[in-house]
Design a protein around this ligand. Structure first.
Ligand code: ADE
Length: 246
C-alpha cells in the first residue's frame, strides 16, 4: 500500500496476472509477486483515506499482512533525503483529546503508540539493508538522479514515525514536533492510521518511508521532485527483496 500513485507504480509493475478492482474511488491491483497473492493500492493522502483503504483490504481482499511504502519528511537531524526509516512504533501527532485523555492517546483504545510486528521488522530491515548495500538503487535511479538529490550513501534508521493530517513545510512546525516528541524520526500522513487499523484486526504490518524532504521551508519543492523522479524505484526495490524472503 502507498498513499500516492507514484509510491506504488513500481510495485504494480511487479505483479504477474494483474487485474484491477475499483471500489470506493480506489483501484485495487491484484496478482502475484514471487507466487504470493498480492493486492496493491494507493489510498490518497491522510489518515481517513488510509484507514478506510486498510479496512477494505482486510474485509474485501482478506489480506493477512500489510506493507506500506512511501515518503516522509525528516524530523531527526540525522536523516537526509534518500535515507529510509522503518517504523518501530507509530504515533498520531495531531491526536489531542485533552483534558479528557493524555495528549496523543487514542481515545478508548488506551494506547498512544502502535508497535510494528517484530518478525516484519526483521525481514524489512534485512531487505532494506540488502538494497542499500548492493547499491541496486544506484542502477535503477542512476548516478545523475542520485546526484540531483545529493544522495551519497543512504542509510536505514529504525524508530518512531509520527503521522497526522498536515504537510510539514516550515522549520517552526518541525521544531515544534521535535520538542514535543523528541524520539520521532520522520513525519508523514498515513502510517499511524494504517497501524491502528492493523492493530485492531491483528494484521502484522510494516511502514517503510524514504525521506523525500526535511520537513522545512523547502519541503514543498523537494517533495514533488523526489516523488516524481525517485520514490517508486525505492519502493519497488525493497518490496522485490522482501517478497524474495517470504
Ligand atoms: N510526507 C513527505 N514529506 C512530508 C512532509 N513534509 N510533511 C508531511 N508528510 C510528508
Amino acid at each position: 500500500m502507498g498513499a500516492m500513485p507514484e509510491e506504488i507504480e513500481g510495485v504494480v509493475a511487479l505483479l504477474t496476472n494483474p487485474e484491477v478492482t475499483k471500489m470506493g474511488k480506489r483501484s485495487y491491483f491484484t496478482g502475484q509477486i514471487n507466487g504470493i497473492d498480492t493486492v496493491v493500492v494507493f489510498s490518497r493522502w491522510g489518515k481517513v483515506a488510509a484507514a478506510t483503504t486498510v479496512t477494505t483490504l482486510i474485509h474485501e481482499f482478506k489480506i493477512t499482512e500489510l506493507l506500506f511504502t512511501g515518503v516522509a519528511g525528516a524530523i531527526s537531524p540525522e536523516l537526509k533525503i534518500g535515507d529510509i526509516v522503518l517504523g518501530k512504533r507509530l504515533i498520531q501527532h495531531d491526536m489531542d483529546a485533552r483534558p479528557l485523555m493524555k495528549q496523543y492517546e487514542i481515545p478508548l483504545l488506551s494506547k498512544t503508540y502502535i508497535e510494528s510486528d517484530a518478525a516484519h521488522l526483521e525481514i524489512a530491515t534485512k531487505s532494506i539493508n540488502t538494497v542499500l548495500e548492493n547499491r541496486s538503487l544506484h542502477s535503477v535511479i542512476g548516478t545523475e538522479g542520485l546526484k540531483e538529490f545529493h544522495i551519497v550513501q543512504p542509510k536505514l534508521m529504525v524508530g518512531e514515525i509520527a503521522s497526522g493530517d498536515q504537510f510539514f513545510s516550515s522549520n517552526e512546525q518541525k521544531n515544534n514536533l521535535n520538542s514535543q516528541l523528541p524520539d520521532v524520526l520522520c513525519v508523514e500522513m498515513e502510517g499511524a492510521a494504517v497501524a491502528q487499523v492493523c492493530y485492531e484486526y491483528d494484521i502484522p504490518f510494516s511502514i517503510i518511508r524514504t525521506i523525500s524532504d526535511v520537513a522545512d521551508d523547502n519541503s514543498h519543492i523537494d517533495f514533488p521532485a523526489f516523488i516524481q523522479k525517485i520514490s517508486s524505484k525505492y519502493a519497488a526495490e525493497i518490496i522485490k527483496d522482501i517478497f524474495e524472503q517470504m
